[in-house]
Design a protein around this ligand. Structure first.
Ligand code: S3P
Length: 162
């Protein structure tokens, strides 16, 4: 089994992925961690500022291509994975679950977090959010509205769907 969790920054992909992987006895893969290792940089922010977004996106595509060949994994993707159409065919090799969280909740959650270069400017982040939400929905096999759910409830919804 191969499960891809997609959704905007702060939607809980890593937290949910951790719990889901334990429940299903699968490995959790955190895409940003792999990209970071490949880049040799210290942080995602450093990759963006020193090498630029395009470099990051190319590493992201290389990474999802590799991961799409694995099995028995839950993959926590980066929020921008759906931006390149070339990535969609790799996502489609597994079950794609969209954690749909409203912008207000994300904004409160990520307030003061400076690890995400694309969430530093709220207006820019909202534009990205509006641009991406239909794409997440179109690529996903299952959409989970997370706003009023606990992590356990989100995991159980995904579990029932599989
Ligand atoms: C990004 C999301 C981040 C990270 C990078 C770009 C995006 O991952 O990949 O900062 O474009 O939405 P998270 O969704 O895990 O925060």
């Amino acid at each position: 089994m191969k499960i891809f969790l997609i959704g905007f920054m702060g939607s809980g992909k890593t937290t949910v992925g951790n719990l889901l992987a334990k429940k299903l006895n699968l490995h959790l893969i955190e895409m940003d961690e792999i990209i970071l290792k490949k880049s040799g940089k210290k942080s995602i922010s450093d990759i963006f500022s020193l090498k630029g977004e395009e470099y990051f996106r190319n590493l992201e595509t290389e990474t999802i291509k590799e991961i799409s060949q694995l099995d028995n994994v839950v993959v926590s993707t980066g929020g921008g994975i759906i931006m390149k159409e070339a990535n969609h065919k790799f996502l489609k090799k597994g079950k794609v679950i969209y954690l749909n969280t409203s912008f207000n909740v994300l904004e409160n959650r990520l307030n003061g977090d400076d690890s995400r270069p694309l969430f530093k400017d709220i207006k820019g982040a909202k534009k990205l959010f509006d641009l991406r939400k239909n794409i997440y929905e179109n690529v996903a096999n299952q959409v989970v509205l997370t706003d009023n759910l606990t992590i356990d409830q989100v995991v159980n919804k995904i579990f029932k769907f599989l």
